[in-house]
Design a protein around this ligand. Sequence first.
Ligand SMILES: NC(=O)c1ccc[n+]([C@@H]2O[C@H](COP(=O)([O-])OP(=O)(O)OC[C@H]3O[C@@H](n4cnc5c(N)ncnc54)[C@H](O)[C@@H]3O)[C@@H](O)[C@H]2O)c1
Length: 353
Amino acid sequence: MQMKSILVTGSSGLIGSEVVTYFHSRGLRVHGIDNNQRELFFGPQGSTRWSQQRLVESLPNFCHHEVDIRDRQGVLQLVRQLRPSGIVHTAAQPSHDRAAAIPFDDFDTNAVGTMNLLEAARQACPEAPFIHLSTNKVYGDRPNTIPLKELETRWEYDDPAFANGIPESFSIDQSKHSLFGASKVAGDIMVQEYGRYFGMPTCCLRGGCLTGPNHSGVELHGFLSYLVKCNLEERNYTVFGYKGKQVRDNIHSEDVARFIHAFYETPRCGEVYNLGGGKDNSCSILEAFDLAEKFTGKKQVYTYVDENRIGDHICYYSDLTKMKSHYPGWNIAKSLRQTVQEIVESWQKRLER
Ligand SMILES: NC(=O)c1ccc[n+]([C@@H]2O[C@H](COP(=O)([O-])OP(=O)(O)OC[C@H]3O[C@@H](n4cnc5c(N)ncnc54)[C@H](O)[C@@H]3O)[C@@H](O)[C@H]2O)c1
């Protein structure tokens, strides 16, 4: 009998590589699309070739395809040839701050690339679950309008309506998104539309901070991974505004892969989920310094710039209620402490090389 196959875009990246490994371990043949565009976005420090090599060397049923998702014909041809049983779309220009310098590359990748994949899926395998990695930046800076209280090391919501975090019903309209947020909104809405209009099993996962030991964190993307790297190398970490008390919820990429698998097994149509670590796995930058120091034994060197990043969230954590109610078998398995520990161990190994 032929093995079932799945297609993962951005397969060398943080989430893509985790998803590749996860589905491979469940007996599927996994096809990955990645062209190391991340190196072009962020320079050599952002390269994901090391991760691609790791996958190719360790997974016998993994096949790498050097395809650019902006190449409409190339994508269509590959999806027609493979007719996968599912598509997990993680390839993206992922940085809020980088987008303004490369607006066309950003939009062509995040919006048009997503459209290329959706249409290829509709033509070749409309019954295959299509799981799209979206972002909490689709909410723009609207979360900053929620009343906040200032605690010793973090900001916190001062409105009981958000005691569990931001739900999917939060408006994505009429706020400042950054060009990245706007290109991701375009992709997000199109993924929902292919679900609602064509009845395809699609979903958007609006990520908080997705992280883990396989992240190639850089200053402009992947704060926890980059922060740990700075700590280990005793390099300066720059904090941008909000007194370093800005809050992010962090989810281990393995927990992300487990949710993706749950959706693949029992898909729904045109769904949206806020995917993050939730309140329990949230921390401020100051609290993250503290955690990193505990595992590395090194004091974090940092400077403070009294100007926040444009449109940056002051406090954001995801309300996981909908995810848990649709998929009761899924929960966060990795605590924030465990995640930071794994990131520290991974950087220690990578920096030794
Ligand atoms: N990491 C986070 O904190 C986070 C948070 C919210 C949402 N997300 C979303 O999750 C998804 C995955 O993020 P990640 O952290 O794994 O990103 P990543 O940068 O680690 O991985 C993305 C991969 O896609 C590849 N890629 C980019 N453009 C491509 C193109 N045109 N053609 C082929 N390959 C291309 C890159 O080379 C890279 O290996 C993205 O959609 C991102 O917006 C991530």
